[in-house]
Ligand binder design. Structure first.
Ligand code: GLN
Length: 194
């Protein structure tokens, strides 16, 4: 099972390490052609405006939409969550426009630019260690989207079928259980696509 990490900008090596801890093969994806070999894809944190620009420049918008259309799972973390969303608060344009939710960038305010906490996540037994860095939050979710975790009443993890998104960086700790959760999504999609 191969899980790609979109390697245009951001925390790529850390995601690959977490994927491997979760028992799958992690691959840095720099070219659209590589997507054909991937069973799942992670869009990492970084700067969503920059990632979006580079995605447009290298043809990733269409290619990832097709990847999603084929039912292959995608996991967006932090800026990756913003890139997945159908609506970005205060902006006219979204990027991939795949996930039925509205998100707000840099939503935790200046004094809380970065922090760590333990979060209850639906589907994972014990709380997950979560690192938030200039994190977005999910303001609202539409039909078909399940909320998996909240922090102080704000939605920070959600899933819509084969799409998963977290406001925080699960790749910056040794806690790889959210990657394992995603790897399980990829495994079941492989079974149903076979
Ligand atoms: N603040 C960034 C953005 O709006 C996201 C930060 C991150 O990915 N750590 O794109």
């Amino acid at each position: 099972m191969k899980i790609g990490v979109l390697a245009l900008q951001g925390a790529v090596a850390e995601h690959i390490r977490s994927i491997e801890l979760a028992g799958a093969e992690g691959v840095a994806v720099k070219k659209v052609e590589q997507l054909d070999d991937m069973d799942g894809l992670i869009i990492p944190g970084g700067e969503s405006t920059t990632i979006g620009k580079l995605m447009r420049k290298y043809g990733f918008i269409e290619a990832i939409r097709q990847f999603s259309e084929a039912g292959k799972p995608i996991f967006g973390t932090c800026a990756g969550l913003i890139v997945l969303a159908k609506n970005i608060s205060g902006q006219d344009d979204a990027h991939l426009s795949l996930m039925n939710m509205s998100v707000s960038r840099n939503a935790f305010g200046r004094q809380r630019e970065s922090f760590e906490t333990d979060l209850d996540v639906v589907g994972i037994d014990e709380p997950v260690r979560a690192v938030f860095i200039r994190a977005p939050l999910i303001e609202s979710v539409g039909e078909g989207v399940e909320v998996l975790s909240t922090y102080q009443d704000e939605i920070v993890t959600a899933r819509e079928g084969h799409l998963l998104a977290s406001s925080f960086h699960p790749e910056l700790t040794d806690d790889y259980r959210l990657h394992k959760y995603f790897a399980d999504m990829v495994e079941s999609s492989l079974k149903s696509l076979r």
